[in-house]
Design a protein around this ligand. Structure first.
Ligand code: ADP
Ligand code: MG
Length: 211
């Protein structure tokens, strides 16, 4: 069971990953495969965003092998097998414990370098360069998860759909520099609404001051 798609910007790749995040649960392992620059780290950044974690903290963990991003309900373990001298070395980060830990989702870059350490129930994410900013992404769910795969495919399709500009209603792609607005001008127009008081705050701010 495989979902095949192509993205044409790093923002789209992150949006795809963020759309998968709500369908993940602790104990899930995502194995990311693909050449340097294929977008594995960007994908993990999108996952972190979708899980409500600090995506700004996500960098390539190549030199530290594994980084943990801890949230209130879930922890994302971001591992990178690129610089392991041998597969056994993955144990130096307590790999088995990570896999068994009840609140951790594991995403591992260069998973193909540690084939013997990837559990059979892993979600496989293969990424390939498709020229310029295009990337082909194949997402394979482990067997027996047809309904989850359908929900993920629907979530991805929705995430890649252009959104309506909140100011003028024109469809805007997630890659637009001014996203979710279609243009800097529409973003400014929206800001103008704020200043005019067209947006209201549901609860008087003074309530907070009394506490
Ligand atoms: P990896 O971890 O696989 O080496 P990174 O995510 O670190 O890859 O880097 C991917 C690079 O490719 C980034 O500079 C990103 O901006 C760029 N890029 C261009 N188009 C895409 C795309 N469609 N998806 C992901 N990254 C893209
Ligand atoms: Mg990387």
């Amino acid at each position: 069971m495989t979902i095949e798609l192509e993205t044409s910007s790093v923002q789209q790749t992150m949006a795809v990953a963020a759309a998968i995040a709500p369908h993940l649960r602790p104990g899930d392992v995502l194995a990311l495969r693909g050449d340097l620059g294929a977008g594995k780290t960007s994908f993990v950044r999108g996952l972190a965003t979708g899980l409500g974690l600090d995506a700004g903290a996500v960098s390539s963990p190549t030199f530290v092998i594994c980084q943990l991003y801890e949230g209130a309900t879930v922890t994302l373990a971001h591992a990178d097998a690129y610089r392991l001298a041998s597969e056994d070395e993955i144990e130096t980060i307590g790999w088995e414990e990570l896999l068994e830990s009840p609140e951790v989702i594991v995403a591992v870059e260069w998973a193909d370098r540690i084939p013997g350490s990837i559990p059979p129930e892993t979600i496989d994410i293969a990424m390939e360069h498709g020229g310029d900013d295009r990337r082909r992404i194949s997402i394979s769910m482990p067997g027996d998860q047809a309904s989850r795969q359908e929900r993920i495919a629907a979530g991805i399709a929705a995430a890649l759909q252009p959104r309506e500009c909140p100011s003028c209603g024109t469809p805007v792609d997630v890659s637009a520099a001014s996203f979710p607005f279609c243009s800097p001008r529409c973003r400014m127009a929206d800001l103008g609404q704020w200043f005019k008081g067209a947006y209201t705050i549901g609860r008087p701010i003074a309530d907070d001051l009394d506490d």
